[in-house]
Write a protein that binds this ligand. Structure first.
Ligand code: NAD
Length: 508
């Protein structure tokens, strides 16, 4: 038995260990009660790994009740106590690092080197970050702004948070949603995508093992229209935090607005990658290939539209085509695999549909096909010659597809970069400090990299502009979403009749 078979076998045993239960409520793994089952499928083989009963409204209700019951004690804990619990959580996750990577690779088809080197350590680092950050929460220091009063600001948890996550980075999305919420004293009900529940459940189990009280972290796994909408509209939920597509985000926003709920939306992206004519071509070409293909292109910040200034254009296209040919598609459990399958055959067909339609108006330079075999694989695909207003340039494809287009002046490059509804992430490639500063200023996005594309760090905020949503994940900025500020004002005069009462009592 080689290493791959051994890993898949271990991952399948982990999935089997859930015994068809994919709800985690009040510190206990439970079966759903919707009466409908859903499979977890290995996208590398197309085979069902396990099945589970989906959450129905009753499960969401039970999870919200558990979160509400846990709220007073958790919100009332000292920052130091919450910090200790989160440090324990980080240790519990580290102890399960290998299992988390196996389960993530199994349910997503993610290359094991990506799960092991990116998803799991990123999650542990986030947990350690929020263990520290939970002790840094502060309001505005007290002062006598009116002269006669002392004012200060309390920063308080919002209450029970309902979060909804996508399937592309299930473990990291669980971390991004849960950690700032609980570090700030909220409790949470997380709904992972129904395709990928395993690592969200393991994440919640690690919280319990670390001594985080039952009910602080709950997971309900159900479909979006069913469990998702019930969670967003639930009267016991004070805030909705959603990561997913812009189309579903709109629906979630409508429901949350109806309930006058606090809302945080992390939506789709179509990141531009702007290469100026003084850029390091080797760096830009490698950056574009890694930035476009990470997680098989199923990354909201992936490089999707490369605009290359005319003098470098032909060389850039040739370099990217050559590098695409070196990327190794394969079994996610093979440590040598660079590119795994897409999340599902349906997603693969969706990506293939975009490329098929693009053939009518653009050139497919490399790729544009699925390899033989059972998995949901698709070859790295390079497209040129597409009009700026075409579907392949404007729509989020969420697959291993990069469009490369030329531009002439700097104004044109920056204008094209901003010319989609999205504004999540972008990069500028240049050795000219003035060009770099101008690009970072003028590109409308939540993040602009210079001479790199993709790296994220726990200390810095992640979130979008325009149709990519609003609000921040990670970093101390995320506390703005998960806390509310309360003004407290004390009268210092001890006078019964205040000056301002004249507005009511006339001259008396
Ligand atoms: P999706 O929008 O289809 O689903 C996301 C989640 O919403 C899932 O849990 C799904 O079950 C749930 N959902 C679906 N319909 C719902 C409804 N009517 N009410 C409530 N919940 C509902 O997205 P996806 O296909 O799982 O993930 C890919 C998308 O996520 C891409 O658009 C990608 O850009 C986006 N994404 C964004 C970020 C970010 O940080 N901005 C990060 C990762 C992924």
């Amino acid at each position: 038995m080689d290493h791959r078979e051994h890993s898949r076998e271990a991952a399948l045993a982990l999935a089997e260990g859930f015994g068809g239960r994919a709800q985690y409520i009040a510190g206990r793994l439970r079966s759903g009660s919707s009466g409908r089952t859903h499979p977890v499928v290995d996208p590398a083989t197309g085979e069902t790994v396990c099945g589970y009963e989906l959450a129905g409204a009753a499960d969401v209700d039970a999870a919200v009740t558990a979160a509400a019951q846990a709220l007073p004690d958790w919100a009332g804990a000292t920052p130091g106590e919450r910090s200790d619990a989160l440090h324990g959580f980080a240790a519990a996750l580290s102890a399960r690092a290998a299992d988390l990577a196996l389960a993530e690779s199994l349910q997503c088809g993610k290359p094991i080197k990506l799960s092991t080197e990116f998803d799991v350590p990123g999650t542990v680092d986030n947990t350690v970050f929020f263990a520290g950050a939970s002790r840094q929460l502060e309001g505005k220091a007290a002062a006598e702004y009116s002269g006669d009063h002392t004012s200060y600001v309390r920063r308080e948890p919002v209450g029970v948070v309902g979060s909804i996550a996508p399937w592309n980075y299930p473990l990291q999305m669980a971390a991004w949603k849960v950690l700032p919420a609980i570090a700030a004293g909220n409790t949470i009900v997380l709904k992972p995508a129904e395709l990928t529940p395993l690592t969200s459940l393991m994440f919640a189990q690690a919280a319990t093992d670390a001594g985080i009280p039952d009910g602080v972290v709950n997971v309900v796994t159900g479909t979006g229209p069913d469990a998702g909408e019930h969670l967003v509209g639930h009267p016991g939920v004070a805030m909705t935090s959603f990561t997913g597509s812009t189309a579903v985000g709109r629906r979630v926003a409508e429901l949350a607005t109806r309930g006058v709920k606090r809302l945080h939306l992390e939506l789709g992206g179509k990141a531009p990658f702007v290469v100026f004519d003084d850029a390091d071509l080797e760096a830009a070409a490698h950056g574009a290939v890694a930035g476009a293909l990470i997680n098989t292109g199923q990354d909201c910040t992936a490089a999707t539209r490369a605009y290359v200034q005319r003098p470098l254009y032909d060389a850039f296209v040739a370099a990217v085509a050559d590098l695409f040919a070196t990327v190794r598609l394969g079994d996610p459990f093979d440590p040598a695999t660079d590119l795994g399958p897409l999340i599902s055959h349906a997603q693969r067909d969706r990506v293939a549909g975009f490329v098929k339609r693009a053939r009518d108006y653009a050139t497919v330079v490399t790729g544009g096909a699925a390899p033989d075999g059972k998995g949901a694989y698709y070859r790295p695909t390079l497209i040129t010659g597409a009009p700026q207003d075409s579907e392949i340039v404007q729509a989020e494809i969420f697959g291993p597809v990069l469009v490369v287009l030329p531009f002439d002046g700097d104004d044109e490059g920056l204008r094209l970069a901003n010319d989609t509804p999205y504004g999540l992430a972008a990069s500028a490639w240049t050795r000219d400090v003035f060009r770099a500063h101008r690009a970072t200023r003028e590109i409308k996005a939540g993040c602009v990299w210079v001479n790199d594309h993709i790296p994220i760090i726990s200390e810095m905020p992640h979130g979008g502009a325009k149709s990519s949503g609003f609000g921040k994940d990670m970093s101390a900025y995320s506390f703005e979403e998960y806390t509310q500020v309360k003004h407290v004002m004390f009268d210092n005069t001890a006078v019964a009749r205040k000056d301002w009462h004249r507005t009511i009592f006339g001259d008396r």
